[in-house]
Design a protein around this ligand. Structure first.
Ligand code: FAD
Ligand code: NAD
Length: 367
């Protein structure tokens, strides 16, 4: 709505059209929104069932059809970002004329609040599982070729498994395969990957089941969710990331985004809380990054260090934060992101408030 001042909501309802050639079906969606991008378009096509969801501010537009005929697995999505036009290009399996595009399913052509749209899951293949630390693994999942989905910075997905006859769902935050700052999404055709860094708890219901998955097994992955906005980072000069344990995961894409795309940033500091030294995730990557990019600094703080630990120790506290979180200049525009166990995050936010930081200067990652 903010793109067209004064326009009524009705004017902004997206619409679609379709046409065909001998080999292709092209569906054109007029989102009526400027600044469309690949992260706002989620397309799945399984058997003859096509689902396309378009995220338009806090609304979601859906097309959902049982297609007239079968299509090949490799679909294409083209986005004209400035005019908000999206094309889904399907390849016909058989060279026949389609009379109709398909039979509308339940939620076809609806434009509703995003929060009212149920989660959609597709099955992804586990392609690798590698050790990160003694209890944490990097899971690489491959999306089907017929899925177009990119998880935005700061958002999580839900994984779903049937455990002892019951459906169990837990959130996880996709990361990048490394912190080398030159990561590019592979093209759609390669079958895009989702990387998850997951701590396996010895009594954990979901993570134990995950750990027992074999390479080649499938697991259901949802559409992304989350209320983090990249624009919060885009204008900041000092970025502080307070992470505890696997609360590090949202910081991975955030770091990459900040250091590669935010030109006004002067300093980025990760303050990483862990119990022991061998719990620190990606310590080498982080230390290498700090050497490579002078704007970036990392500090490790242990709550249960061994005697020989030379670094900082303790848990999150007012005095610790007043020492570690400081504007680089008196009037620096600052953003502080925080993620970890619920109590850690709650206490952190409270201390930061006590230190005079405003709500707009903080973002807490929660479910
Ligand atoms: P559970 O069976 O729930 O138990 C986990 C462990 O904690 C067990 O050892 C259990 O004994 C203990 N425990 C359970 N409840 C309590 C309690 N109330 N107090 C104290 N101890 C308790 N995790 C990741 O590893 N990587 C991620 O990227 C990630 N992203 C997340 C994103 C979001 C938005 C949220 C909310 C959580 C995320 N998590 C992530 C955590 C994840 O969702 C699960 O909570 C975690 O994997 C544990 O699941 P589980 O079923 O194995 O463990
Ligand atoms: P952990 O138990 O290994 O603890 C790591 C550090 O967190 C500790 O060293 C301590 O400094 C701090 N900490 C732990 N409990 C605390 C408490 N009660 N009060 C203050 N500080 C505390 O951590 P873990 O097992 O890796 O757990 C990570 C947590 O992060 C999980 O609860 C997970 O759900 C959460 N998480 C949330 C998101 C999100 O909301 N977006 C994403 C990833 C992980």
């Amino acid at each position: 709505e903010k793109n067209v001042p004064g326009a009524s909501a009705r004017d902004l309802t997206p619409s679609y059209d379709w046409f065909q050639t001998d080999g292709l079906i092209t569906i054109v969606i007029y989102t009526k929104q400027k600044d469309m991008n690949a992260e706002l378009v989620i397309v799945d096509c399984q058997d003859k069932r096509l689902r396309g969801e378009f995220i338009l501010a806090d609304h979601s537009y859906l097309i959902e059809l049982d297609l007239d005929h079968a299509v090949r697995e490799d679909l294409d999505v083209n986005i004209a970002e400035k005019v908000g036009k999206v094309e889904i290009i399907l390849k016909k399996k058989d060279n026949v004329q389609w009379k109709v595009l398909g039979r509308p399913l339940e939620s076809h052509n609806t434009f509703i609040k995003r929060t009212d749209r149920g989660l959609f899951y597709r099955k992804c293949k586990l392609v690798s599982k590698t050790e990160v630390t003694h209890d944490t693994k990097l899971f690489s999942l491959m999306l089907p070729k017929s899925t177009h989905l990119q998880v935005p910075t700061g958002q999580h997905v839900y994984l779903k498994q049937i455990i002892a006859g019951t459906e169990v769902v837990k959130p996880y935050t996709p990361i990048l395969p490394s912190l080398t700052l030159d990561f590019k999404q592979p093209s759609c055709h390669d079958g895009a990957h989702i990387y998850l860094m997951i701590k396996i708890y010895s009594c954990g219901l979901f993570t134990q089941a995950l750990d027992h998955l074999q390479i080649g097994d499938y697991i259901s992955v949802s559409n992304p969710e989350g209320n983090f906005k990249k624009s919060q980072v885009q204008t900041s000069e000092d970025l502080f990331l307070l992470a505890a344990g696997t609360g590090f995961t949202p910081m991975v894409k955030l770091l990459n985004f900040a250091l590669t795309e935010v030109s006004c940033l002067r300093t980025v500091k990760l303050i990483f809380f862990n119990k022991k030294e061998d719990d620190i995730l990606w310590r080498n990557h982080l230390e290498e990054l700090a050497l490579k990019d002078k704007r970036f600094e990392v500090q490790f703080i242990l709550s249960e260090p061994r005697k020989d630990w030379g670094g900082k120790q303790g848990k999150i506290s007012l005095s610790l934060l007043s020492e570690c979180v400081k504007r680089s200049r008196k009037d620096s525009k600052v953003l502080i992101c925080i993620c970890g166990p619920t109590l850690f995050t709650e206490q952190g936010v409270e201390y930061l408030r006590d230190l005079g930081y405003s709500q707009e200067e903080m973002h807490a990652f929660t479910a």
